[in-house]
Design a binder for this molecule. Structure first.
Ligand SMILES: NC(=O)c1ccc[n+]([C@@H]2O[C@H](COP(=O)([O-])OP(=O)(O)OC[C@H]3O[C@@H](n4cnc5c(N)ncnc54)[C@H](O)[C@@H]3O)[C@@H](O)[C@H]2O)c1
Length: 373
């Protein structure tokens, strides 16, 4: 199959759909890979590196889209991109269609097959192509918190790990899933005192085993959240209720009772945030203060470390890219987890909850398609 990798055009996106190592794997299996010139600049992989891995370099995105049977990207296609898609093509990338009817209509109108990283599943019921970015965001959350805790940036002036004779920072992690576990791991590594709160008792048992008693685990209730944040230097918001907005676990009123200069890192901001006072921020201006509490609410945290993030993403996506390249659309018949990633095909939304979120049923999709064309 001929696979195309265009340069990401969404602002501040430095990752790339395939890193050179993935290109080499695909080429070794007899596939062709075409890469837009400069697509790897954000991760310091130049055209010569891609050529060495076996790719052909194309001068622009038009050429990549025109020549490829499958396009592998990172971010959802922008309007100029989905207008280039043709019915025989496969698009494999993050889509996040549910809140984005314009993109949904554009993909439906293209007739292409669009597979969303975020809805591909694994046998354990997880989302294997979301997990790597949660791992990155969880680890980064503690780096961000450590920076924000410094006095010159408005923070409380506490060193994460303390020093002998001085108490370390108290870090409270709300939600002990992928983000929360990786945040806790980093905080423990720096020597902080760590508590993890989760609603799931089985998950708390796993975390207790995993950390060998090095973190406190607590059932998440209104009482326990309120108690823990009173003495926290850092609170990491890492809750997720699948398919719903994040629950607001910390109200504005609670901020008044927290330590001045404490730091809230709301990783769940992409689902609306779990602190009532959160609003999305960017890497250019990541923090703001409310009632003396520093808030860090960057919605695309992995974007700050594209070299790590692109490789982590490729580690997870490559097996699926290979399946699609080897078998084409027949790959869906053999792999129900990849099939769960199918969002758009033949002008229709194929994923039931995405369709429901967009307010489409079977007949509505058809009506909308005609309107889009
Ligand atoms: N900002 C970013 O750049 C970025 C990057 C990656 C992930 N995220 C977001 O981070 C959030 C967490 O992702 P994840 O992969 O860790 O999810 P996950 O499903 O692995 O973990 C979520 C955890 O939250 C727990 N939970 C749910 N309700 C709770 C409550 N009321 N109190 C305490 N715990 C509760 C669940 O039991 C689960 O263990 C998601 O919203 C995800 O989209 C953001």
């Amino acid at each position: 199959m001929r696979i195309g990798v265009p340069t990401e055009i969404k602002s501040n996106e430095f990752r790339v759909g395939l890193v050179p190592g993935s290109v080499r794997e695909l080429v070794a299996r007899g596939h062709e890979v075409v890469v837009q010139s400069g697509a790897g600049n954000g991760i310091f992989a130049d055209d010569a590196t891609y050529e060495k891995a076996g790719a052909r370099i194309m001068p622009n995105a038009e050429a990549v889209f025109a020549q490829s049977e499958m396009i592998v990207k990172v971010k959802e296609p922008q309007a100029v991109e989905y207008r280039r898609l043709k019915p025989h093509q496969i698009l494999f990338t993050y889509l996040h269609l549910a809140p984005d009817p314009e993109q949904a209509l554009g993909l439906m109108a293209s007739g292409a097959t669009a597979i969303a990283y975020e809805t591909v599943t694994d046998p354990a019921g997880g989302l294997p192509l979301l997990a790597p970015m949660s791992e990155v965001a969880g680890r980064l959350a503690i780096e961000a918190a450590a920076m924000a805790l410094r006095r010159p940036t408005g923070g409380r002036g506490v060193l994460m790990g303390g020093v002998p004779g001085v108490r370390p920072a108290r870090v409270v992690v709300l939600g002990g899933g992928v983000v929360g576990t990786h945040a806790a791991r980093m905080a423990v590594g720096l020597g902080a005192e760590v508590a993890i709160l989760d609603r799931s008792l089985p998950r708390l048992r796993q975390l207790d085993e995993l950390f060998g008693g090095r973190v406190r685990t607590l059932a998440s209730t209104m009482d326990s959240v309120e108690m823990e944040i009173l003495t926290a230097d850092v609170v990491i918001g890492a809750v997720l209720v699948a398919g719903a907005s994040a629950p607001k676990l910390v109200t504005r009123d609670m901020l008044r009772h927290m330590k001045r200069g404490a730091v809230l890192v709301d990783v769940s901001i992409d689902q609306g945030g779990c602190f009532a006072t959160s609003r999305p921020t960017t890497h250019a201006d990541p923090t703001f203060e409310v009632d003396g509490i520093i808030h860090y609410c960057v919605a695309n945290m992995p974007g700050a470390v594209p070299v790590t993030s692109a490789q982590a993403l490729n580690n997870a996506t490559l097996p699926f890219v290979i399946k699609l390249a080897d078998k084409g659309l027949a790959a869906f018949d053999r792999d129900p987890h990849l099939a769960a990633g199918l969002n758009v095909r033949d002008g229709r939304i194929m994923h039931s909850s995405v369709a429901a979120s967009l307010g489409f049923d079977g007949s509505q999709t058809k009506t909308v398609r005609v309107a889009a064309e």
